[in-house]
Design a protein around this ligand. Structure first.
Ligand code: DX5
Ligand code: ZN
Length: 220
């Protein structure tokens, strides 16, 4: 079995001490930096944009996993490639021509991800599954950190895993929202490959230890 990965979400970091928090992730057992970009249109919140991502990129020593919660993401694909994104994830609900968007992300040299809202059925991805490097299953409604995990996620992950296996697709499954030590093991068992965790990591007293615990649970 391949190792399950942990991706701390920088949305929950202390922005006044961003470099300190990035160094913590660099030193920890975390695998990826998860970066949430929100535009106040696709989701009812604005997070941060290009200059902050550029600053993060200068210090981050691990995969930069960018989650775009923005309308019409095609406008910025080249920009995110230039800012150092390794993975670029767009929302299914924000893309009229998803297949074209995925090709454009890959042509720009990044891994192509698709995020799905809690109400979006995973079967809608069947026809493009082979073109997707990463499906980000939202286990909360996107827009805010610190929300409660939606239990229906386990079923979605199992079904998505079936679709991936049936199609012999290379797609990884990422879970985003409300991940804690209570659901990490079960999510991994259901088929998740990457667990994103914001509040659970950054609100913890010992953040490095918390990342390590999540990784152990995910690989148990
Ligand atoms: C929500 C973001 C998540 C968020 C997760 O819109 O996409 O990545 O930062 O935060 P927690 O782990 O606090 O739910
Ligand atoms: Zn996210």
């Amino acid at each position: 079995m391949t190792t399950k990965l942990i991706a701390p979400s920088i949305l929950a970091a202390d922005f006044a001490n961003l470099q300190r928090d990035i160094e913590m992730v660099n030193k920890s057992e975390a695998d990826w930096f998860h970066i949430d970009i929100m535009d106040g249109v696709f989701v009812p919140n604005i997070s941060f944009g290009m200059p902050v991502l550029a600053a993060i990129s200068r210090h981050a020593k691990k995969t930069i996993d960018v989650h775009l919660m923005i309308t019409d993401p095609d406008r910025y694909i080249e920009d995110f490639a230039n800012l150092g994104a390794t993975n670029l994830t767009v929302h299914y609900e924000a893309c009229t021509h998803l297949h074209r968007t995925l090709q454009a992300i890959k042509a720009a040299g990044m891994k192509a991800g698709v995020a799905i809202n809690p109400h979006t059925n995973v079967d809608l991805l069947k026809d493009v599954i082979k073109d997707i490097d990463l499906v980000c299953v939202m286990s909360v409604n996107p827009g805010f950190g610190g929300q409660s995990f939606i239990e229906n996620t386990y079923q979605k992950v199992q079904r998505l895993k079936e679709i991936i296996v049936t199609n012999n697709a290379p797609t990884l499954i990422e879970i985003d929202g409300g991940v804690t030590n209570k659901n990490a093991a079960q999510l991994a068992k259901a088929g998740a490959d990457i667990l994103v965790a914001g509040s659970f990591v950054f609100k913890a007293e010992n953040q490095m230890e918390t990342i390590k615990d999540l990784k152990t649970l995910a690989n148990s």
